[in-house]
Design a protein around this ligand. Sequence first.
Ligand code: HEM
Length: 495
Amino acid sequence: MAIGLILVYVLLIAFLVKLSLRPSNFPPGPRGVPLLGFAPFLPKNEPFFRAMQKMAEKYGPVTGFYLGPFLPFISVDGHKAVKEALHNNDLNGRPSGTLVISRTFGKKLGLLIVDGDFWQEQRRFTLRHLRDLGFGKTSIEDQMMGEISDLILDITGAAKSDPDHIVDFKAIFTVSVFNILWAIIGGKRYQRDDPAFKQLLANVDLFLRGGNIAQVVIPVPAFLVRLFPSLPSRLGVKDELFVPIQQFIEKSIDEHVSTRSKGDAARDFIDVYLDEMEKQLENDSTFTKKQLIASVQDLFTAGSDTSSGTIGFMVLYMINYPTIQQKIREEIENVCGDSLPSLAHRASLPFTDAFITEVMRMSSVAPLGIPHLAMKETQLLGFTIPKGSIVSVNINSMLQDTVMWGDPENFRPERHLDADGKLFRNEAFTPFGIGKRICLGESLARNTVFLFTAALAKTFEFKSLPNKPPPTLEPTIGFVSGPQPFKAVVVPLVH
Ligand code: HEM
């Protein structure tokens, strides 16, 4: 009996020792505790990208630890390591844990978390047609200018209705950004004050502010989620927020189906996708209604808060750096005269562009991008990355790399200008990522952010509240970083 017990203990200890052994040449990092690994110690009260950067100071640019007994998590930090990781196609997969896929009907669907052939086919199709429909094209510029005019009216009204011209900037840009996106995807426009529509946008925002990318990949068995449906939410993954969004998308798809006729030109992305679904009906197709819902949901998730948050940061930096705000305004007035800035003016507005670039570098709204997955065992900076590892690439560390930027902590738009005063692109300026998984909406986002920032700088002066310090530049914590809610004094400028 006693011998049996000893044997059980020995086996148990051997099992625990085996579990705590790392594969050979695994990157250095914290060990955590047996069975759970580092999962109980994931930071909750500071932005996760900062915690990962601190870890890199201790362990080096490639840090490895385990979440649970079997899931290796690799954090990649700094220009050299990030560049190598994002150009390594073996690291182009996406995680598929229970929590990750719970947003997309429990399957790997959509655009953000799919990989392999499925991802390539869907990404290529989406990118091609979104480009044809206006992404990165001046054809969408009229739509953007319409949204900008409405926004200007809204802000002017709010400023004039307050005796001190104080405007609350909470969620003020999301409707405009979403309307631009939805014009391409669903072909419709929503009123800025439509309550149901505002609630949908608030849901996306709440989700993105909820958790961090390490929590979402924690390997939670599906049966546990069935037993405790509130578990994802407790871990910061609030999928229930997507239910009304999916219903909204499905209703729009059904409306499209009932209002289109065979042979008509496609009106928007949903029509293009429905055409493709019909074309591929016979084959074992990846083009399905669920995939369309998941893709549109992903475009909202990836595209609305990132772009609107970036515009929010533009206003915040203008308030914090009034002399620079004045310099941008002067440049725009000299070039654009009485009209609002257009995309054609951009090349003649290098300082404005340098300001936008510097705010994007400093604010880094997608600091960890979206987690990657090692599709097979591979090497990174000489370390072995086991197949199935989650690879978290710290984009913020690239934007703050001391070797590449010299003084990354300082806000200096001029760093993006060459000796002739032209915009100069530092290789480490990668807020949209690099490599094959680079952001699909980069051109749309860049045009949106440029037009909104330039128009706002030309139309208003933004100032701190009377006798108050400027609002904080510290981001909110979550999957993406956004500006904290802020108010400002807004002076409409008469031209
Ligand atoms: C300032 C705004 C934006 C920033 C900073 C940003 C940044 C990023 C980053 C860092 C990634 C991850 C790259 C990687 O996994 O390595 C990404 C992916 C993605 N973004 Fe954006 N993004 C922005 C706006 C948009 C917009 C407007 C859309 C579309 C409407 C969009 C759609 C996507 C999609 C679909 C992916 C996944 C691509 C893939 O996995 O193949 N993003 N973005």
